[in-house]
Design a binder for this molecule. Structure first.
Ligand code: HEC
Ligand code: HEC
Ligand code: HEC
Ligand code: HEC
Length: 151
């Protein structure tokens, strides 16, 4: 009786498959970050890395300390749900040192939230730039901190 032998083309396939699995297993050991899987399907050390980054936002409460009037004005207006830094940008450096002045805002800023866009909720106030007083500056008519008041 002759021992059963794999045909050579199958033998090559089996060897190739074993080589691929072997390479993958070895590479996996070396390439997987040490803390991967510590808590879940991600790098455990990523938590500490993200937490150690310095915060860039100060929060509206910090602005209230020096700009109490603006804060009070805003909380009474339709923009009350919009935080100071949603418009003025992250301003922690300015809070620590008021000499670092926040960047000036242009009309493009209003358009960022109010440009008519089918993807926005229908009840959000939106304008069509070609119909809503084109070529005029938003701030000539609207008060930024009190948009329901006209100038
Ligand atoms: C420690 C006090 C202080 C805090 C806190 C503070 N500001 Fe100010 N801010 C100032 C002073 C003082 C000026 C005036 C600077 C100038 O005109 O030279 C100013 C000016 C500004 C201006 C006008 C810049 C310009 O173009 O003239 C903006 C906008 C502003 N602050 C936004 C904010 C925001 C947003 C926050 C909260 C994240 C904030 N400020 C927190 C003191 C403060
Ligand atoms: C909806 C966007 C928006 C929000 C929210 C907002 N601001 Fe402003 N802010 C502006 C714009 C635009 C100007 C420029 C106004 C101008 O040039 O007439 C401005 C101007 C300012 C100025 C310069 C002086 C002035 O009153 O014109 C200060 C100070 C300021 N903002 C502080 C704040 C603080 C503090 C908050 C949060 C309580 C805040 N802003 C929230 C858009 C905003
Ligand atoms: C970060 C997003 C955001 C920015 C930037 C922004 N708005 Fe608004 N705006 C809102 C929200 C939220 C409301 C309240 C909900 C609503 O009415 O859709 C609102 C409401 C309004 C209203 C309706 C007021 C009323 O009486 O019902 C006007 C007008 C307006 N904004 C003008 C402006 C102008 C002018 C600027 C630029 C200085 C501006 N907005 C920048 C989010 C924004
Ligand atoms: C010539 C003055 C004028 C200019 C310039 C102007 N607006 Fe208005 N805006 C008004 C008046 C008046 C209303 C209220 C009546 C209306 O809806 O037309 C209004 C209403 C709005 C509303 C509420 C719309 C709604 O459905 O209730 C938003 C949002 C708005 N404007 C944003 C802006 C933005 C953003 C700019 C700059 C690109 C701008 N406006 C420029 C006068 C102006």
């Amino acid at each position: 009786m002759t021992s059963p032998r794999l045909p050579p083309q199958l033998l090559r396939l089996v060897l190739l498959t074993l080589a691929i699995i072997g390479t993958y297993s070895v590479a996996r050991v070396f390439l997987t970050p040490a803390t991967f899987g510590q808590f879940g399907h991600y790098r455990g050390a990523a938590l500490e890395e993200a937490a150690s980054r310095p915060p860039v936002y100060a929060g509206a409460k910090a602005c209230d300390e020096c700009h109490g009037d603006t804060f009070a004005q805003l909380t009474k207006a339709r923009h009350r749900s919009v935080s100071c830094e949603a418009c003025h940008g992250p301003n922690r450096p300015h809070v620590k040192n008021p000499d670092i002045v926040p960047a000036k805002l242009t009309d493009r800023h209003c358009v960022r939230c109010h440009l008519a866009d089918a993807a926005r909720p229908a009840k959000h106030r939106q304008i069509n730039l070609t119909e809503h007083y084109p070529n005029e500056k938003c701030l000539e008519c609207h008060v930024a901190h009190q948009p329901n008041q006209s100038k």
